[in-house]
Design a protein around this ligand. Structure first.
Ligand SMILES: [Zn+2]
Length: 159
């Protein structure tokens, strides 16, 4: 897999919705929370979040958090999500965040307009990518269960 460098504008457009090793990183996570780097961002993740805004209506979310002189991406997966599916939800949120915001260098140096994509459009791409992730990283039984879990959520496409 080709890792586009932050200043490699030639690869930027094709870079937007590729995986860039994210699936391997997410699959290898051993802890419920921590920090790793992806597309120049520090990603702070929580796979068992109990924040009050999270529920089966909003089982996952992302945001930016100000850390001294920069921003990090924070991604939370609701603790009510069955453990088997949490990484697929996490994967979705990280893809959505980094597709919407672009690489960190684009965001901070070039301004949001370089990497920015409408969040709803980013969500649609992230959905396709997270189903690909789930198909590849869950057993067939788990995948079917994930589909059933997703289908019974109160609203569609909220994470
Ligand atoms: Zn989404």
């Amino acid at each position: 897999m080709t890792e586009a460098r932050p200043n490699d504008t030639a690869q930027e457009s094709s870079h937007e919705w590729h995986d860039d090793g994210l699936a391997d990183v997410v699959t290898a996570l051993e802890h419920e929370g921590g920090v790793f780097h992806y597309r120049g961002w520090a990603i702070r993740y929580d796979l068992a979040a109990d924040n009050p805004e999270l529920s089966d209506s909003i089982p996952g979310e992302f945001g930016l958090v100000s850390i001294k002189d920069r921003y990090d991406i924070v991604v939370r997966v609701w603790q009510g999500v069955p453990e088997t599916f949490r990484k697929a939800v996490l994967y979705h949120e990280i893809q959505e965040a980094t597709i919407a915001l672009g690489d960190a260098d684009d965001y901070f140096i070039g301004g949001p307009q370089r990497g920015f994509m409408d969040k709803e459009d980013a969500h649609i791409i992230a959905e396709r990518l997270h189903w690909d992730y789930a198909r590849q990283h869950l057993s067939s039984e788990e995948f079917v269960a994930f589909q059933s879990w997703d289908a019974q959520l109160p609203r569609d496409g909220v994470y």
